[in-house]
Design a protein around this ligand. Structure first.
Ligand SMILES: NC(=O)C1=CN([C@@H]2O[C@H](COP(=O)(O)OP(=O)(O)OC[C@H]3O[C@@H](n4cnc5c(N)ncnc54)[C@H](O)[C@@H]3O)[C@@H](O)[C@H]2O)[C@@H](O)CC1
Ligand SMILES: [K+]
Length: 488
């Protein structure tokens, strides 16, 4: 499991550890982890050219100490100091190791060298340009030590101007990409877009939640020995999914394995029925029932001969392509008093499932409609909105997106990190609803069914895609292969 904690949780854990360790030990752990990640990227230190962007806090301290390690390994290391005061121990260490320090908050007469005097009279951009005695493009990697968990967006003008100077050079962020909101994953103005983020102790929310996650690159976690409480966020890994997946016991029969019922599609949208059933019929449940328009039922039977009609089920999937029939389908399904997936057209009636065991599966536009906000606002603040919806409906909400989020009151939000952009294809959501329904029928809780289903759906898309285009049916067909890869 990947876990992410809030800044407050990290600060509390660090405080405990700091009291136990010799002064500076924690920062040394962080800096060595950072330096080794940069060395990996460079393929060794000798001959490498490294630029450090250094802010006023301990994030800058990490960068400076790591820079000292890199300089001792033979790299040319230059630090642009973005504040009048930077971590003194780190600055001394870099100087002693032969690094070059340039101050960006005050102009130096020569425009190069480490200046300690002068007044800031130039624009941020002029200062950044003037300080670049070495041409920024000649660096192999930039280390972003501007701000970490102590930063509050938006970035200050000097930092933003320095970032403009180094655009296009591979970027390693220290702890978090500077300029993102660490606890919400939201953006506010200029920010670092990292290729790699080296973080310490635990993941932070911004590494997993979009839009900030998109700018974190590959996240490398350095263990610094923090003892942490329950996380704010978690992301299932293959082992976690394998442990949660149902597997048939030796005496299983189709009813004991779980029966999932699908009430989806309509004469206007028969495809939604076929794809919801395709997801439900991935083999995880013992049997699939389809209930709907007779003509659509025929199509379903032709495509999936093993699917049967109405009868007892353990979970329902309702809403996709249901058109005008969504409300009736939902009401009828609710009379069975069973867990259910509420998708697409049925989401307009989500208040009917308030406080019941259900999985609501909106995309950003649908969630915006449910909460009475703009779609753009949901996309800019997905974590905030999915949590709000979970509280409002007192049930499980899966907000679909690049990194889908599963929220339930009182539980860590689960983030799905599997998937491929090729999954943004018509009908993919119908397949997802079906898989989650199948998992509910096998007895998983709505929270586990939603997060495991979302993980499998993303993994199946990646497997089917192999880097190329796919359609929703491909995802459904790949599901058994992905399940097999986890269970054998
Ligand atoms: N506390 C610890 O024990 C450890 C901390 N570590 C590092 O320390 C970092 C936290 O250090 P700090 O608490 O000093 O905080 P940061 O270094 O993250 O940032 C605080 C500083 O940034 C400035 N700042 C805030 N918002 C800004 C903005 N929008 N634009 C430009 N500057 C801004 C503030 O004036 C302040 O001086 C972590 O992210 C991590 O990198 C690591 O060394 C591991 C151990
Ligand atoms: K940073």
């Amino acid at each position: 499991m990947i876990r992410a904690h809030t800044v407050e949780q990290v600060r509390a854990a660090e405080e405990t550890l700091l009291a136990e360790l010799p002064e500076g030990a924690l920062m040394q752990r962080a800096a060595h982890g950072l330096a080794h990640a940069v060395l990996d990227l460079l393929g060794g230190g000798y001959g490498g050219r490294v630029l450090l962007l250094v802010g006023s806090g301990d994030n800058g301290g990490d960068a400076l100490y790591a820079g000292a390690v890199l300089a001792r390994r033979g790299a040319y290391v230059e630090a642009w100091l973005l504040a009048e005061k930077v971590h003194p121990g780190g600055a001394d260490a870099l100087k002693r190791a032969g690094g070059t320090l340039r101050r960006l908050d005050t102009p130096s007469p020569s425009g190069s060298g480490y200046s300690t005097s002068g007044s800031a009279r130039w624009s941020s951009r002029e200062r950044a340009q003037r300080a670049t005695g070495s041409r920024p493009r000649s660096f192999d990697v930039v280390v972003d030590g501007i701000v970490g968990i102590g930063g509050r967006p938006p970035l200050r003008a000097d930092a933003a101007a320095a970032l403009e100077q180094v655009a296009g050079i591979p970027m390693v962020a220290v702890d978090t990409p500077s300029g993102v909101d660490v606890d919400s994953g939201e953006l506010a103005g200029p920010h670092v877009s990292a290729d790699v983020t080296v973080t310490f102790g635990t993941h932070k929310v911004a590494h997993l939640v979009d839009p900030a996650a998109l700018h974190s690159g590959v996240v490398h976690l350095v263990d610094i020995g923090l003892d942490l409480p329950a996380p704010a966020l978690e992301a299932l890994q293959p082992d976690d999914v394998a442990a949660l997946l149902p597997s048939p016991d030796p005496h299983a029969h189709k009813y004991t394995r779980g029966v999932v019922g699908v009430r989806a599609g309509s004469s206007t949208y028969p495809g939604a029925a076929l794809l919801s059933v395709a997801g439900a019929d991935c083999g995880l449940a013992g049997m699939v029932r389809y209930v709907g328009d007779p003509a659509v039922q025929e199509l379903v039977r032709a495509a999936h001969p093993e699917v049967v009609g109405d009868g007892r089920v353990q979970a329902w999937v309702v809403g996709s392509g249901a058109d005008d029939g969504a409300k009736d389908s939902l009401r009828t399904a609710l009379t069975d008093d069973l867990p259910l997936v509420v998708d697409a057209d049925a989401l307009a009636f989500a208040d009917l499932v308030t406080g019941l065991p259900a999985v609501l599966t909106p995309h950003a536009g649908e969630l915006a409609g449910m909460l009475g906000v703009d779609r753009a606002d949901v996309e800019a603040r997905p974590l905030h909105h999915v949590r709000e919806a979970a509280e409002l409906y007192r049930t499980t909400v899966l907000l679909k997106g690049r990194h889908s989020l599963v929220a339930e009151p009182g539980r860590p939000v689960r983030v799905t990190t599997t998937g491929t952009p090729w999954l943004a294809t018509a009908g993919a959501g119908d397949v997802l609803g079906g898989v989650i329904g199948a998992l509910l029928a096998t007895g998983l809780t709505p929270y586990d069914a939603a997060s495991v289903g979302s993980w499998l759906h993303g993994a199946a898309a990646t497997y089917a895609s192999q880097g190329g285009p796919i359609v929703a049916g491909d995802v459904a067909r790949a599901l058994p292969v992905v399940v097999a890869s986890l269970t054998r």
